[in-house]
Design a protein around this ligand. Structure first.
Ligand code: PMP
Length: 395
């Protein structure tokens, strides 16, 4: 692990060397905002450093309640419930929802869902059916095959490794047609996309129509922790059955208060999410001018797919050498043959920062023996030609 001195920001000191930071999920630059830091410091003095117990024991404090109310209003749901982290939220929510989804439940999960969803599926004590990435037709086929059983459809909203957005309107419509429950992980959408940064579910006009929307406090909200936004009845179910909530200490008060202050800033300054997406567009344009293919991404997460894992590592090293810190991602985090550099834009980057980064990345790619544009398009990870699952093909 590389060591960063000082807080997250557009530029950091990495292992003693100044670099432009292009792999932080502190998308809105709020982790080091003075109001957010002050809220954390004040909360530490008022409520202490830790919550001391699980939410169900003595760990629910007024500061937790306040943030839950604010998050429910922000997400347009009746209720919200905090979890220790996004990982814990997905692990707890899927098991709880699957158990009320109906007889002999099946969880239908996108092939590129985040690892925490995959682990949540494993712990859900349900059969798991994986549908091809964003493939509504494949999902429909699988739902039909398992008709009559309990069903939960789960997807990332903004995919963490590709920066593309799930077809939420079609997915929810299909799920409703089959009487399936829906869980959307809006970790990379919350604070980043949609009206006023309210997320991808709000962007799709689906507020209140998804059974559980998961969000994290550790990305755009600059803190640590997570939440599930849902109906009051679902909140009660989660509080009583989500094991990662019941058997884990509540999020620390300073983290909760910091997220609350960050949320207030997002609501008061809706231009921050807009600035983030403008910056993402500027980076994608600058990368395209260097010859990179970035067509799959429409958000602040921008992948540069290299293909080969060793070459992706060499690309990462050359980029750091040139002063740009981006994250190399290899299997099993991404499918075999789609190793990449994952770039994460921040609202606090300047356009000059991003133009300079694109030029540095162009030079770094060549130094790593990789010609920009010669990588494997993300879609190449998907099966081509007739699809083996299609019963019309099988017939
Ligand atoms: N969901 C997604 C889509 C994520 O990318 C992540 C973290 N990278 C998580 C959940 C887990 O969130 P946390 O870091 O709060 O555990």
């Amino acid at each position: 692990m590389r060591v960063v001195s000082g807080p997250q920001g557009p530029r950091v000191v990495l292992d003693g060397k100044p670099v432009l930071l292009l792999c932080s999920n502190d998308y809105l630059g709020l982790a080091d905002h003075p109001q957010v830091r002050e809220a954390a410091a004040d909360a530490a003095m008022r409520w202490g450093a830790g919550a001391g117990a699980s939410r169900l024991v003595s760990g629910t404090m007024t500061v937790h309640r306040k943030l839950e109310e604010r998050l429910a209003a922000f997400k347009g749901t009746e209720a919200a419930v905090l979890f220790g982290a996004g990982y814990l939220a997905n692990v707890g929510v899927l098991g709880a929802v699957a158990q009320v989804a109906g007889r002999d439940p099946v969880v239908f999960s996108d092939a590129l869902n985040h690892a925490s969803i995959i682990d949540g599926c494993r712990l859900a004590r349900a059969e798991v059916a994986v549908y091809d990435h964003c493939d509504v037709e494949h999902l429909g086929w699988l739902l039909e095959r398992h008709r009559g059983r309990g069903a939960v459809v789960v997807t990332d909203s903004v995919f963490s490794m590709d920066g593309d957005v799930a077809p939420l309107t079609e997915l929810v419509e299909l799920a409703q047609r089959f009487g399936a429950r829906t869980v959307v992980d809006d970790a990379h959408g919350t604070g980043c996309v949609g009206p006023g940064g309210r997320g991808a579910v709000a962007e799709a006009g689906l507020e209140g129509q998804v059974d559980v929307v998961v969000g994290t406090l550790g990305k755009a909200l600059g803190s640590y922790g997570a939440f599930a936004a849902c109906s009051s009845a679902m909140r009660d179910l989660l509080v009583n059955t989500a094991r990662s909530l019941i058997f884990s200490t509540a999020p620390p008060p300073p983290a909760v208060a910091a997220a609350c202050a960050a949320l207030e800033l997002v609501e008061a300054q809706p231009d921050r999410p807009a600035q983030l997406q403008a910056n993402a567009g500027a980076l994608r344009d600058a990368l395209a001018r260097e010859g990179f293919e970035v067509a799959g991404s429409t958000t602040q997460v921008v992948p540069l797919v290299v293909g080969d894992a060793e070459q992706a590592m060499a690309f990462c090293e050359a980029a750091i050498e040139g002063g740009v810190f981006a994250q190399a991602i290899r299997p099993p985090t991404v499918p075999e043959g789609t190793s990449r550099l994952r770039l994460a834009v921040m609202a606090s980057h300047t356009k000059d920062d991003l133009r300079e980064a694109a030029r540095t990345l162009g030079r770094a790619a060549l130094r790593a023996g990789f010609r920009p544009g010669a990588g494997v398009p993300v879609a190449a990870a998907q099966p081509a030609g007739p699809r083996s699952w299609d019963r019309r093909q099988a017939a």
